[in-house]
Structures are given as structure tokens and as C-alpha cells.
Design a protein around this ligand. Structure first.
Ligand code: HEC
Ligand code: HEC
Length: 327
């Protein structure tokens, strides 16, 4: 590089630095959210645009035990990234994946509302967050960067958590690559599993629907003969909702054992055996699920399990930007 070039560059660098320090910091930049191919548009909140700064604060709080009044736990104490933000040891936990599309939360739909409202419920009602514990200089600086002032409120904490949740998007499994035209992304057995999953013989895709692999609705799939007052029915008081539970997403399902709202199945093989031969009748059994199950052969069951395992998105499970923030 010539001396002149070097001087020009140095002058440019100085000018840039001056420009950055002399202008006021405007509102944080909205994050450019690129969704995986085939995903429905993500519902967003007009009063809570997703920004780099908001996501950084949400991520901090998700992993920060100061969110609980006795400093004992954070969201991540139960919701583990390697398990698609679920846990093997927390009974009946649900994963945190693609929740931005959800409007009813919890297995029985016990909470209905926007993602922001769900996070307010988690922070204020479930955790009982004491904002005094969050009034630390380094956190106040993050609230300032995210919301324009350093004021710390439970509502802002929840809004930041909602922004972080909007980045917890999983759509990078081998199945997605297959759908995008890479025929070699799935083995022959996995491809047979896909065919069965999307067939009228095993009606899986009606409920585990769209690229989200959930319809975000409630169904009785025939786990129990006695369903009175259970599931969605316990929330709505409507007996037609008895025994109906939230359809869980199947994304990363190989990582979210044990299965069902009550963890009754330890493995995917057990789940598929249930669908193949274990479905029992009750007053609200979904018409898509036949009594006695879909009567699948051993080979068909193995193919379905192989397909379910191909829904693992390793990039999501190991993405450093979703992991604990650096200290
Ligand atoms: C003590 C363990 C534990 C901690 C800590 C925890 N959760 Fe959960 N979470 C659960 C369990 C268990 C469920 C499922 C409960 C149910 O459906 O009845 C759940 C479900 C959820 C759901 C509903 C998901 C869906 O698909 O409907 C959301 C949202 C959620 N948690 C957010 C959070 C946030 C945010 C935090 C931190 C503020 C947090 N959780 C901390 C155990 C925990
Ligand atoms: C009528 C809607 C419906 C159909 C059809 C259906 N499912 Fe489900 N699935 C659900 C619901 C609802 C649950 C949760 C039930 C519960 O916990 O009580 C569930 C749970 C599961 C689970 C456990 C996931 C977890 O995280 O606990 C797997 C795996 C699964 N289904 C795969 C399948 C497969 C494979 C098929 C086709 C053979 C299928 N489903 C057909 C609605 C359906």
C-alpha cells in the first residue's frame, strides 16, 4: 500500500469514528429475520420489533438466575438448548422452538395470548420476578440499549424474552433439505417414513401440520379411556375438550424424550407402537385416529421412527447465539 492510500484510509477511519460519536444513537435496528424456506410468515408485535439489542437482553435474561426472586433458577435451568430447550428430567416440559407462531401455550392451552403476553405471564406469574434484582448497571445498560432508557420493568424483561424467542427458529433438519430438493438428504427408510407420515393411511400430517409440524391446536389421540375433566377440558370447562392436549411440534423430537403431556413414553419406538396399535376409544377421540391404531407393520413403524429422527436440526441445537451469553 502506498503512503497516500494509507493516509486516505486513516482519514476515512477518523471521519467514520467522528460520525459515529457525534450522532445520537437512534432506536435499535430491526433484526433482519430470515425464515427457513416454506415457513409461514412469523407473527410479530407492532410494539415490540425484534432488534439485536432486544434479543441480546432477552438471551441474557433467559440464562440469568436473577430473574427468579431467590436467585435459584433461570429459564435455561429447565429449558436446555441441546434438548431443543426442553429437559429429560422436568416432568411434562415443552420445548422452546418456533413458539413465535403459537397463540395457545402449555399442554392444556392454559394460557392464551400473544408471545409477549405469554412471556409476561412467565416472568410475572410463574417466576414472580423482583425487578430490584435486575437493577444492576450492566443490565440497565442492556435495557437502555434495547428500549431507549435504562428503566427496568418486568414488562420490558418479558418483551426482551419474546424477542429472543423469535430467534429460536428451527427449520434446518435433513428433512428440510429434502423438501428443498436435495433428494439424497434422506435415506430410503426415512423417505418411506415421509410417505407414510403424509399419507391418508397414517394421518400424522393433519395435526403435525405445516413446516412447523404442529397445527397449534388440541386433540384427543386416544391415550386414555377415561378423559373426563382432563386436558383442554379442564381449562374451558367444555366436555368436548376433555382429553384434548396441545399438538407438540415434532421438530427435534428425537431430543425431547420422554413423550406426551405426562411423559408416559420413553422412546419414539413406544410412541409409534402406540399409534400403530394402542389407540383406545373415549368420548372425544379425534376422528383422524382409529380405535386400535393405524395397524402399521414392523417395517412401517421403523420407517416412521427413522423419519422422526431426521427432524433433528443440529444447527439449532448448537447455535452459539442461542446459548449462554459470554460473561
Ligand atoms: C422449573 C422448570 C421450568 C423453568 C425454570 C421454566 N420452565 Fe417453561 N416450562 C416448564 C414446563 C414443565 C412446561 C410445560 C408446562 C405445561 O404445559 O403445563 C413449560 C412450558 C413453557 C412454555 C409453553 C410452551 C408451549 O409450547 O406452549 C413457555 C412459553 C415457557 N415454558 C417459557 C418459559 C420461560 C420464558 C421461562 C423463564 C422465565 C421458563 N419457561 C422457565 C418448566 C420450566
Ligand atoms: C389427531 C391429531 C394427531 C394425529 C393424527 C397424530 N398426532 Fe401425534 N400428537 C398429537 C397430540 C395432540 C399429541 C400430544 C398428546 C398428549 O400428550 O396427550 C401428539 C404427540 C405425538 C408425539 C410425541 C411428541 C412429544 O414431544 O411428546 C409424537 C412423536 C407424535 N405425536 C407423532 C405422530 C405420528 C408419527 C403420527 C402418525 C402416525 C401422529 N403423531 C398422528 C396429535 C396428533
Amino acid at each position: 500500500m502506498s503512503a497516500v492510500d494509507a493516509r486516505v484510509l486513516a482519514a476515512l477511519a477518523l471521519a467514520l469514528a467522528a460520525a459515529c460519536t457525534s450522532t445520537d444513537r437512534g432506536p435499535p435496528e430491526p433484526l433482519d429475520e430470515r425464515l427457513p424456506a416454506g415457513f409461514p410468515p412469523m407473527p410479530v408485535a407492532d410494539d415490540n420489533p425484534t432488534t439485536v439489542e432486544g434479543v441480546a437482553l432477552g438471551r441474557q435474561l433467559y440464562y440469568d438466575v436473577r430473574l427468579s426472586p431467590d436467585g435459584s433458577r433461570a429459564c435455561a435451568s429447565c429449558h436446555h438448548q441441546a434438548r431443543s430447550f426442553s429437559s429429560e428430567s422436568v416432568t411434562g416440559i415443552l420445548p422452546h422452538v418456533n413458539l413465535a407462531w403459537s397463540r395457545t401455550f402449555l399442554w392444556d392451552g392454559g394460557f392464551e395470548g400473544t408471545l409477549e403476553e405469554a412471556m409476561i405471564m412467565e416472568v410475572e406469574d410463574f417466576f414472580g420476578t423482583d425487578v430490584v434484582l435486575l437493577r444492576e448497571p450492566e443490565l440497565e445498560a442492556m435495557f437502555d440499549a434495547a428500549f431507549g432508557t435504562g428503566e427496568v420493568t418486568t414488562r420490558r424483561a418479558a418483551y426482551a424474552l419474546a424477542q429472543f424467542q423469535r430467534t429460536m427458529v428451527s427449520g434446518g433438519s435433513r428433512f428440510d433439505a429434502y423438501l428443498e430438493g436435495d433428494a439424497g438428504a434422506l435415506t430410503a427408510a426415512e423417505q418411506r417414513g415421509v410417505e407414510l407420515f403424509y399419507s391418508e393411511r397414517a394421518e400424522c400430517f393433519h395435526c403435525h401440520a405445516t413446516r412447523l409440524l404442529t397445527d397449534n391446536a388440541f386433540h384427543n389421540i386416544g391415550l386414555d379411556a377415561e378423559v373426563t375433566g382432563s386436558g383442554r377440558g379442564a381449562v374451558t370447562g367444555d366436555e368436548r375438550d376433555d382429553g384434548r392436549w396441545k399438538t407438540p411440534t415434532l421438530r427435534n423430537v428425537a431430543m425431547t424424550a420422554p413423550y406426551m403431556h405426562d411423559d408416559r413414553f420413553a422412546t419414539l419406538e413406544e410412541v409409534v407402537d402406540f399409534y400403530a396399535e394402542g389407540v383406545v376409544d373415549s368420548a372425544t377421540l379425534d376422528t383422524l385416529v382409529p380405535i386400535g391404531g393405524y395397524r402399521l407393520s414392523a417395517g412401517e413403524r421403523a420407517d416412521l421412527v427413522a423419519f422422526l429422527r431426521a427432524l433433528t436440526d443440529d444447527g439449532f441445537l448448537t447455535d452459539p447465539s442461542l446459548g449462554p451469553p459470554a460473561r
